[in-house]
Design a protein around this ligand. Structure first.
Ligand SMILES: Cc1cc2nc3c(=O)[nH]c(=O)nc-3n(C[C@H](O)[C@H](O)[C@H](O)COP(=O)(O)O)c2cc1C
Ligand code: SF4
Ligand code: SF4
Length: 316
């Protein structure tokens, strides 16, 4: 049986959930999922040369890929013949990215990675964009979450079909509308600088250590200063943050503030799979009745997807 490796970064679980769907639906491939994180020197990363298909999965951050994903892709070895920088290799590769709304600007986030990896001999077949619940800015309603997951499941089945049939289907870009994406990449610098602005309210905190233990960048340290009776406890955030918001999103006490972005903080799991199974929730949600901001953010995305699913005989 052929083998697939999915290199996945996921701050709050959305992209990881989509990766699990790929693993579930690939029937031609035995699938391994590798979670991208800050690695120690002794750690070994599964090598693309040992697989027939490579997938890269990430959440869109500020219309870009998170820096850790970019750096990870940079570290992958060349697949060109003899390791030369010819761009003529043929390691079959695809991208899947998740974001909180459906605007086509999110498509541009892969450009830098694709250009860099094509030079190294990775041949991109498909690129797919999944709308999943926002972990920033505003909380999606349970009705939205249900629709998003059911559509994600269908889109994975569509993508698996394309990949197993060897079809190419890349997203389209309008270069004139793309100029500002590198500008927004300032977020990479901001993510590193914002460490000192992240704070834990020690009165709310129960010292469960979930935040420190689960940070993918090993960026949170618990400190105790002073002697018994005059002990002062605190959390220190370093400069390796990739702004994935896993710490603040998953804190059971909502005790972590995320600096300048705190007004956009979303706290608490969406329990996506359970929500999608709740028969009492209206489905589909993203229909003609959408108005205003929601229509702008989601309507076209779902109509394009409806069309593609119908053309390929994929049902919801
Ligand atoms: C710092 C940050 C920036 C984000 N920027 C965007 C964005 O530009 N466009 C968008 O649609 N969603 C944006 N989001 C939302 C996430 O892309 C979305 O919720 C994604 O599914 C999260 O995936 P994860 O759970 O795998 O981390 C952003 C989230 C964060 C934390
Ligand atoms: S996850 Fe929240 S409650 Fe737990 S240690 Fe961190 S800040 Fe405290
Ligand atoms: S400090 Fe929080 S936001 Fe930054 S990388 Fe760690 S878990 Fe993610």
């Amino acid at each position: 049986m052929k083998k697939a490796i999915l290199y996945v970064f996921s701050g709050t679980g959305n992209t990881a959930l989509v990766a699990e769907l790929y693993k579930k639906y690939f029937s031609d491939y035995e699938t391994v999922i590798y979670n991208i994180h800050k690695t120690g020197e002794e750690e070994t990363v599964p090598q693309p040369a040992d697989f027939d298909l490579v997938g890269i999965g990430y959440p869109v951050h500020g219309f870009n890929a998170p820096q850790i994903v970019n750096d990870f892709c940079k570290s992958l070895p060349k697949m060109n013949e003899g390791g030369a920088d010819t761009g003529s290799g043929s390691k079959k590769t695809f991208i899947f990215k998740t974001s909180g709304e459906g605007l086509t600007y999110n498509n541009y986030s892969s450009q830098k990675i694709i250009r860099m990896m094509e030079r190294k001999g990775y041949e991109f077949f498909t690129e797919r964009h999944f709308v999943m619940p926002y972990n920033m800015i505003f909380r999606h309603s349970p009705q939205m979450v249900k629709s998003e997951y059911i559509y994600a499941d269908a889109q994975v089945r569509l993508n698996v079909k394309e990949l197993e049939e060897g079809r190419k289907n890349k997203l389209h870009y309008f270069p004139l509308r793309y100029w500002f994406v590198p500008v927004v990449r300032i977020e990479w610098l901001y993510a590193r600088l914002q460490g000192p602005f992240m704070k834990v309210d020690m009165n709310k905190c129960t010292r469960c250590m979930k935040c420190a233990n689960e940070c993918p960048m090993d960026n949170i340290v618990f400190k105790t200063e002073g002697a018994d009776g005059n002990k002062k406890e605190s959390f220190k955030f370093g400069t390796d943050c990739t702004l994935c918001v896993r710490c603040s999103f998953n804190c059971p006490q909502s005790a972590i503030s995320i600096g300048l972005l705190n007004n956009w903080k979303v706290n608490g799991s969406y329990h996506i799979k359970q929500t999608a199974e709740d028969a009492s929730l209206e489905f589909p949600y993203f229909t003609e009745k959408l108005t205003g901001l929601y229509r702008w953010l989601f309507y076209k995305y779902y109509r394009r997807l409806d069309k593609e699913l119908a053309q390929n005989g994929i049902s919801l």
